[in-house]
Design a protein. Structure first.
Ligand SMILES: Nc1ncnc2c1ncn2[C@@H]1O[C@H](COP(=O)(O)OP(=O)(O)O)[C@@H](O)[C@H]1O
Ligand SMILES: [Mg+2]
Lengths: 282, 246
């Protein structure tokens, strides 16, 4: 092939030079604009009249150091909570969404239950669900049902987020083009097989970014369980703050959460880009 | 001779190591109907996409009205405003009605007042037998109707040149005729067109010039009477034997 002997024409060499120069200019603009914005913001904050006082109560290095071990210990509870909750939420979400898109008349009661579940649990604030379960269930004194606050609040988070995720998955299912279902049925796949092998894979791929978004949100909302006294990062930070009249630990706890959500956010971006590359073939 | 509307010189396009277009020279004058023929994978679609600046080229020059548009500082949208393109897979927007598909670009890109754009779109839809489908959504139309709607959408912006990429390849044979009829009408009205096609009979009839693409090169170019009946190149003959019945 002539590809071996080809060398770029003068015009192409010039064009590449121009493109390179444009890229460099873009990078310079990006850097200087970002620097400028950061400098102005820092200046605005540090020159405010209340700044010295804020620095003392929110940015005290000794307090940050002193509270760190307890917060880290508490944060392990947050990590456990969402690591266990996330798969459970995904399972519940998919089950509820698939149930809602069935058509068999026999399944009407199940469908109704699924609708009721999503309507109720999306409507009630997550914090309320946490409090209701953590205080209500032990009060029932049921035998064989756990009274562990960790597990009860975990169930509350799963129920609340399951309803959200169910709706996201359902939107994904409905976005799959009818011609896909027709093709599957033409191959004599059953309704169940169509859902399992054709519709759900496309739906889940499409809703992966909003799903991960919900999971990022869940990571933060594990802090809600501090409301009923579960020892986790926010609880540890508040505990220290109330005792020592210094709120730096709150920022330490915030840093823990951010450190955890940023990697997941980048992962979400990467998944999205990969999906685009795969489907468009570039 | 007048200067060409679109002119390509030494066009080169690669995907990774694959050379897809290899030194394409092509002039398209006003009222020309240039048919690109060649086997699948020979680079017809890529050439059309490059002409519409939908792909960044790796070498060569593309000119529109004598102005180089392959310059990195040329706004590709300014070029695409002048050019209409129709794809094999219709690519109508499923969430919009046929009429809304047709008025989107005139209103949003060309700044045509909405009522004027709608009136013009309706007139064109009417002319090509789609008057009663204006409010329908694309999925409610047959393939032939969708492709005719896609053609009307491309015509609504009043393009100087139409690029058509195998627009009948996805259609039932009986629906091919109605789409080609429309293209023929546009050709007769003097529209400048470049079309990739496998419809040899149609090419023979409406083309002012036929280009045979082979592995990213224009192997042979000339009036349809020459290229399609008495080709110079052996590869062209082989290709024609494969696609022409009998
Ligand atoms: N986005 C792409 N990435 C990699 N290779 C591509 C891409 N698009 C086209 N090609 C390759 O370029 C060649 C020419 O493709 P195309 O222009 O579509 O041919 P034609 O339209 O004549 O059938 C083919 O071999 C094809 O595999
Ligand atoms: Mg093609």
């Amino acid at each position: 092939m002539s590809g071996v002997t080809w060398s770029p024409s003068e015009r192409e060499v010039e064009r590449r030079r121009v493109r390179r120069r444009d890229r460099t200019r873009g990078a310079v603009i990006a850097t200087s604009v970002t620097l400028l914005v950061v400098v102005v913001l820092v200046w605005l904050v540090t020159s405010s009249p209340g700044w010295p006082r804020v620095r003392e109560t929110f940015l005290s290095w000794p307090d940050a150091k002193a509270s760190f071990p307890e917060i880290a210990k508490g944060f392990w509870t947050n990590v456990k909570l969402f690591l266990i909750a996330e798969p459970l939420i995904l399972v519940i979400g998919i089950l509820v969404a698939v149930t809602r898109s069935t058509v068999s008349p026999w399944l009407t009661p199940v469908r109704a239950a699924a609708v009721l579940y999503t309507d109720l649990l999306r409507g009630v604030p997550t914090l309320l669900v946490v409090v209701l379960l953590a205080l209500g269930v032990p009060a029932l004194r049921l035998t064989g049902v756990t009274t562990s606050l960790f597990w009860l609040t975990l169930v509350a988070l799963v129920l609340s987020y399951g309803a959200y995720v169910a709706e996201v998955v359902r939107a994904g299912i409905e976005s799959v083009h009818p011609s896909q279902i027709a093709s599957a049925q033409a191959l004599a796949l059953s309704r169940h097989q169509t859902m399992r092998h054709v519709v759900l894979p496309q739906a889940l791929r499409r809703v992966a970014p909003p799903l991960l978004n919900d999971f990022v949100s869940l990571q933060k909302d594990t802090a809600l369980v501090s409301a009923v006294g579960v020892f986790e990062a926010l609880f540890a930070a508040q505990d220290y703050g109330n005792y020592n009249f210094n709120y730096t630990p709150l920022l330490v706890a915030a840093a823990f959460f951010v450190a955890l959500t940023i990697p997941l956010a980048r992962f979400t971006d990467w998944l999205g880009r990969r999906a685009v590359r795969r489907e468009r073939g570039r | 001779m007048t200067s060409p509307v679109i002119s390509a010189r030494g066009l080169r396009k690669t995907y990774g190591d694959r050379v897809v277009l290899d030194g394409i020279d092509l002039d398209i004058h006003q009222h020309d109907v240039v048919c690109l023929i060649g086997s699948s994978g020979s680079g017809k679609s890529t050439l059309l996409r490059c002409l519409d600046l939908l792909e960044e080229i790796d070498d060569g020059v593309i000119e529109l009205d004598g102005r180089e548009v392959s310059d990195p500082h040329v706004d590709p949208r300014a070029v695409r405003r002048e050019i209409g393109m129709v794809f094999q897979a219709y690519n109508l927007f499923p969430h919009l009605s046929v009429l809304a598909n047709c008025t989107l670009a005139p209103v949003r890109v060309h700044g045509t007042p909405a009522d004027e754009a709608a009136a013009r779109a309706l007139e064109l839809l009417e002319r090509f037998g789609l008057g009663d489908k204006a409010d329908a959504h694309p999925d409610q139309l047959s393939g032939g109707q969708q492709q005719r709607a896609a053609l009307v959408r491309a015509l609504c912006t009043g393009p100087r040149v139409l690029l058509l990429d195998e627009i009948t390849a996805a259609l039932d044979p009986e629906l091919v005729g109605e789409v080609l009829e429309m293209v023929r009408a546009e050709a007769e009205a003097g529209m400048t067109m470049v079309l990739a096609t496998h419809e040899m009979a149609f090419a023979r009839e409406v083309a002012t010039s036929v280009c045979f693409l082979d592995r990213g090169r224009i192997l042979e170019q000339g009036p349809p009477g020459e290229v399609l009946t008495a080709p110079r190149e052996e590869r062209t003959r082989q290709f024609l034997r494969r696609v022409l019945p009998g």
